[in-house]
Design a protein around this ligand. Structure first.
Ligand code: PLP
Length: 376
């Protein structure tokens, strides 16, 4: 099997699997219980919190566990707008966000907020001043992703947040860092983010665990109503095994981030070199995009057709435009990619476990697919 769909999800590390199973067997107590079993479960959560805090260079009290980044971003966007948007009704985001942020903003719009969505310029690049020009004294929130999940495009989050805060020191800044976490440095204090969303299953952790960094002093209106878990920020019994698995995944990836990135750059370079040998392939990702995601188009062949052709050969990739039941996200067209290229877009997303040999097999299958499927 060749798995090039790591931006969708990753195969859990065997050590993570062991940790999750161990917790299910051994620390099954409810962390809210006052007895020994509850305390043991709470200790697992505290240990995971410390791991996350460590890589984010933040205090453990700033980390709140959730069920995944979708929940984290919902809490960030809706929670911040609820807390700070009573009088200041303007909110800003980019037009290429993941649906978890995009839909949260759509909901704010329905509720009476003025939503400003900043698009890339004609050349497919974002301009920092387009964001800062949109900030005014009525703006309560700005939310921007760090790495786009369809193209790997790296948004200039630090510069945008720094300038936004200079113009309006009251503004709350949120970053969806899901595709950057443990791949590029994500330090909330450095990028001037008040809120940062991350997810476990993109980093060889289990599904069902995520976290939101909340800078000390930032208030959020709670979205999961219920108990006082996560210091009152999120009701619901904590998913101890997957939270512990999240901590373990972070621990395992803790060092060597730059080596992994360099290695992945070499994979991307090799892939692009090999792809240049195939006629009819265009590359939609920019050269300076994150190396983990490469978006291409086999023009003339619909994404799903090629995806299933490759699947039959035990090669797994994504259609390049994140789809929800056949509806395209529209993100590629925002980056200036033509409708034809969007219809045939494919996303290859790497793990540091992938190899150039796998790329060779993939490229051969892709070339054969291009030749066969175009003829039909
Ligand atoms: N944000 C981005 C950029 C993503 O790529 C994803 C997952 O595809 C999410 C958010 C949602 O993460 P989760 O699956 O943990 O809810």
């Amino acid at each position: 099997m060749i798995y090039f769909d790591n931006a969708a999800t990753t195969r859990p590390d065997p050590e993570v699997v062991k940790k999750v199973a161990w917790c299910m067997e051994n620390t099954f107590g409810n962390p809210s219980s006052l007895h020994k079993l509850g305390i043991q479960a709470q200790l697992e959560i505290d240990a995971a919190r410390k791991q996350l805090a460590g890589v984010l260079a933040a205090a453990p009290e700033t980390i709140f566990f959730t069920s995944g980044a979708t929940e984290s971003s919902n809490l960030a966007v809706r929670g911040a707008a609820g807390a700070y948007g009573r009088r200041r009704k303007r909110v800003i985001t980019s037009s290429v966000e993941h649906s978890s942020v995009r839909e949260a903003f759509n909901r704010l719009e329905e509720e009476g907020f003025e939503v400003v969505r900043i698009s890339p310029r004609k050349d497919g690049n974002f301009s920092i001043s387009d964001f800062t020009d949109a900030v005014d004294e009525n703006t309560c929130l700005i939310s921007i992703m760090m790495v786009n999940n369809e193209t790997g495009y790296i948004l200039p989050v630090k510069q945008i947040f720094t300038q936004a805060k200079r113009k309006n020191p009251e503004i709350i800044t949120h970053c969806d860092a899901v595709q950057a976490f443990m791949k590029l440095p994500v330090k909330p204090a450095d990028i001037k983010a008040d809120l940062v969303s991350v997810s476990a299953h993109k980093i060889y952790g289990p599904k069902g665990a995520g976290a939101l960094y909340v800078r000390k002093g930032i208030r959020l209106i709670k979205q999961n109503l219920g108990g006082k878990q996560e210091r009152g920020m999120r009701g619901g019994t904590e998913a101890v095994p997957v939270i512990a698995g999240f901590g373990e995944a972070v621990r395992l990836l803790g060092s060597n981030m730059s080596q992994r990135k360099e290695y992945t750059y070499s994979l991307k370079k090799y892939l692009l070199m090999r792809l240049s040998e195939i006629q009819g392939i265009s590359v939609n990702s920019r050269e300076d995009a994150a190396p983990y995601i490469v978006n291409i188009s086999a023009v003339g062949i619909r994404s799903e057709i090629m995806l299933h052709y490759l699947e039959e050969r035990d090669i797994y990739i994504s259609s390049g435009s994140a789809c929800s039941k056949g509806a395209k996200s529209g993100v590629l067209s925002q980056f200036g990619i033509s409708p034809e290229a969007e219809d045939s877009a494919l996303r290859i997303s790497f793990s540091h476990h992938n190899t150039t040999e796998e790329i060779d097999i993939f490229v051969q299958a892709l070339a054969e697919g291009c030749a066969r499927l175009k003829r039909k």
